[in-house]
Design a protein around this ligand. Structure first.
Ligand SMILES: Nc1ncnc2c1ncn2[C@@H]1O[C@H](COP(=O)(O)OP(=O)(O)OP(=O)(O)O)[C@@H](O)[C@H]1O
Length: 301
């Protein structure tokens, strides 16, 4: 069994240069076949004995006996831990490095979108409480502050004139006129936080997400938030008590249209009535999965 494991190890992991470093004695011919490597390992009661590498023809020639490098003894697995550790280093011919084997994951841009009233703000607020390493981009808006909202935390509340001059100065990644009010994403915030290694979360409506998709393509993660049903969404909007009847009508009618865009997103998360934490957990899992991807999404703004 052990022999089999070692065979696998040596046929897959040990490179020619490892072996040259491990066995500095003269090697008469290049290592040309993988199958020649495990033949050099011999099991004994005291551990694994590793013979120097030679081609099969060279090892059979009597003259080569004089040119054999000294055997390297690998302590048995019952040996002192540090002896075994050093033994492995000696056989492989280099010190084991404590450097991370894989570079840290690249900072992500996570776009959270969905119809009005679905719970984008609620999910983001909770995510902020439970997860570190995220920067939540504060959107600039010309709409009036709602009760409980804090300047610089929920939004940057600016006048329409101020918003228009931000557009003039090209300070916004994207902006839109939504239900008669401007909303836009300041670029500088994203640059600064990504440079510090933060993942950046953007909260935009569906229109905004479409624009961001055209800017970022596949280099950002797009999450579509939905309620479990249209009825639940409408009740949520009514309960919020922030819209007039006319505004409610527009939002609900728009939500119907917006549902058609779900296919343009990477993930969909259902924010069920009374189960906000489940939706937040799913968003966290999405971030974790993205961090574990071999092909990381990379983005420069
Ligand atoms: N899972 C949930 N269960 C019950 N109520 C919720 C849930 N998620 C959000 N809500 C409530 O629904 C209402 C709408 O949520 P929120 O304001 O976060 O939506 P939004 O998508 O940000 O809307 P808008 O795009 O119009 O700003 C709020 O009153 C919020 O507290």
């Amino acid at each position: 069994m052990l022999h089999l494991r070692l065979r696998r190890l040596f046929t897959t992991s040990v490179t020619r240069s490892h072996l040259h470093r491990a066995f500095p004695g003269p090697v008469t011919s290049p290592i040309s076949t993988r199958s020649s490597i495990p033949n050099r390992l011999h099991l004994s009661r005291s551990g694994v004995r590793v013979a120097p590498l030679m081609s099969s023809s060279a090892s059979s020639a009597p003259a080569d006996k004089t040119r054999r490098a000294p055997h390297v003894n690998l302590p048995p697995s019952t040996a002192d831990k540090s002896d075994l550790y050093r033994g492995l280093e000696a056989v492989l011919g280099s010190k084991f490095s404590s450097e991370p084997l894989i570079p840290p994951p690249h900072p992500l841009i996570i776009v959270i979108s969905g119809p009005s009233g679905v719970g984008k703000d609620a999910v983001i607020k909770r995510l902020q409480e439970v997860r570190e390493g995220l920067h939540f981009v504060v959107t600039a808006t010309s709409r009036a502050k709602r009760p409980g909202e804090v300047e610089g935390k929920d939004y940057y509340f600016v006048t329409k004139e101020e918003f228009l001059s931000m557009i003039e100065r090209n300070e916004l990644l994207e902006y839109a006129l939504v239900y008669g009010e401007y909303k836009g994403i300041p670029k500088q915030q994203i640059r600064e936080h990504m440079a510090k290694g933060y993942d950046v979360v953007l909260r935009v409506d569906i229109q905004g997400a479409e624009t961001l998709r055209s800017i970022f393509g596949k280099s950002a993660v797009f999450i579509f938030l939905v309620a479990e049903s249209e009825a639940a969404l409408v009740k949520r909007l009514i309960d919020r008590k922030t819209e007039t009847s006319d505004m409610l009508l527009v939002r609900v009618a728009t939500a119907r249209e917006e549902m058609k865009h779900v296919r343009d997103f990477d993930y969909v998360v259902v924010n069920e009535e009374g189960k906000l934490d489940n939706a937040v957990k799913l968003v966290e899992s999405i971030i974790d999965v993205e961090k574990a991807k071999v092909d990381q999404r990379k983005l420069q703004i």
